[in-house]
Design a protein around this ligand. Structure first.
Ligand code: GDP
Length: 444
């Protein structure tokens, strides 16, 4: 996941300072040095880093940080605010036309993820904004591009407009908009050609398309893995085309985060979405504050909650919460939760979004083994309905039967039941407002 080493370094810097009750100006200076190095290492643009550190430093010196009782937390807050600002401050949504067809033109270098993003975005707005999109195959130079878009259209059950590889992209765009108007589509996504590098011919073509269809959005797709080079690419595209926003793809890769942190200040344009994987569902709206929280290891509960909301049935979730609170969570619930969790994505990723959890050292070593999950499931499935509902009432002889039934052994069954009870009790005390240790984790 992007930002990992940046988070580690920033958290390291904070922790170092967090141990001190009161801090001196020299401590602050040392911390700023660490922050600067962390950002440079994350491949953030040099000038952006310089301005950033200057702002944080000024704010820290001007505020009461040095006198305060929790200086580390105050500095963290300042760094957090400034990171949020650096990434644009607010979430910026798509710019839909007030009436008529909204035209969204995509731009970007080859391989940045343009075609994939067309599909992801169209699918997202169909679901979230109840839009009716039409995808347009405007990349006529790479023959595979049209097929690729058509395949994506089929997978998502979205219509694709194409005039083949012989037509002129400007003409394609024009006809596509006319078709949308005639047939009741309200949003047109124009996939355009990319090049390995920016060149005149590419820009001229994009400008011509722009002039002809007058897009409501020109979204630039850039690959987060290319670090601050992504910011340079964005800058050039913006100068030539006046883009209206950026989609930062592949932030699931091991990029260092420099792109997200440089793009907004280098281009003045917002990052509107991020691509988080190859699957067509893997796109998220970009929230600068949540990303800042994630970078600082403060978790990203909002994204987690939203993801969960999309998957969970609300009543069911409430029922679960009540059960956790009342400490009556049983193995049936556990089984359901396991299935739900599987839908949310890899457990390691989920855990990183939970505040505090990512600071409980060793998470990186936590390999959640699918085989282990399968064994756990087998054990629970070998329990009788009575046993699943009454985890406290599973005798030794029952445990032996369960072990046999699930082709595991007594030790595994014992361990699962023990861990289950511990987790259940912990959840009960947490949902009752007693966060105990967790509350103190962040510098406390
Ligand atoms: P285009 O040339 O700009 O149209 O790029 P494509 O849409 O063909 O994407 C290039 C490659 O990047 C494909 O293999 C995609 O599956 C992959 N890709 C696109 N977006 C993402 C993303 O957010 N994460 C990951 N891991 N891969 C992506």
């Amino acid at each position: 996941m992007a930002f990992e080493s940046l988070s580690d370094r920033l958290q390291g810097a904070v922790e170092k300072m967090g141990k001190k009750g009161k801090i001196q100006e020299a401590d602050l200076k040392e911390m700023m040095r660490e922050v600067r190095l962390a950002l440079l290492e994350a491949d953030v643009n040099f000038k952006v880093v310089k301005d950033f550190v200057k702002r944080v430093n000024e704010r820290a010196l001007n505020s009461e940080v040095l006198q305060s009782l929790s200086p580390a937390q105050q500095v963290v807050k300042i760094v957090n605010d400034e990171l949020t600002d650096l990434m644009g401050g607010e979430q910026v949504g798509l710019n839909y036309a007030d009436n008529g067809v909204t035209v969204i033109m995509m731009a970007g270098l080859q391989g940045a993820g343009k075609t994939t993003t067309v599909g992801k975005l169209a699918n997202l707005i169909r679901e979230q904004d109840k839009r009716k999109p039409l995808l347009v195959a405007g990349d006529v130079y790479r023959p595979a591009a049209i097929n690729q878009l058509q395949t994506i259209g089929q997978q998502l059950d979205l219509p694709v407009f194409s005039l083949g590889t012989d037509a002129n992209p400007v003409e394609i765009a024009k006809q596509a908009v006319a078709k949308a108007e005639a047939e009741g589509y309200d949003t047109v996504f124009i996939d355009t050609a990319g090049r390995l590098q920016i060149d005149e011919a590419l820009m001229t073509e994009l400008k011509n398309i722009k002039q002809t269809v007058n897009p409501d959005e020109i979204l630039l797709t850039v690959d987060a893995m290319s670090g601050q080079e992504a910011a340079n690419v964005a800058k050039t595209f913006n100068e030539d085309l006046d883009i209206t926003g950026v989609v930062l793809t592949k932030i699931d890769g091991d990029s260092r985060g420099g792109a997200a942190l440089s793009i907004v200040s280098v281009t003045g344009q917002p990052i509107k979405f991020t691509g988080t994987g190859e699957k067509l569902s893997e796109i998220e709206k970009f929230y600068p504050d949540r990303m800042a929280n994630r970078i600082l290891g403060m978790g990203d509960m909002m994204t987690l909650i939203e993801k969960a909301q999309a998957e969970f049935d609300e009543q069911e979730a409430e029922r679960m919460a009540e059960k956790m609170k009342a400490n009556t969570f049983d193995f049936n619930d556990f089984l359901k939760q396991m299935d739900q969790m599987n839908k949310l994505g890899p457990l390691e990723d989920i855990m990183k979004m939970i505040p505090g959890l990512n600071k409980l050292g060793g998470l990186d070593q936590l390999n959640i083994d699918p085989k282990e999950m399968a064994r756990t499931k087998a054990i629970i499935l070998s329990m009788t309905p009575y046993e699943r509902e009454n985890p406290d009432d599973i005798s030794q002889s029952r445990r032996r039967r369960i072990a046999k039934g699930s082709a595991t052994d007594l030790t595994m069954v014992n361990r699962l039941i023990k861990q289950f009870k511990q987790t259940r009790d912990m959840m009960s005390s947490m949902t009752n407002g007693n966060f105990g240790q967790l509350q103190n984790i962040f510098g406390g």
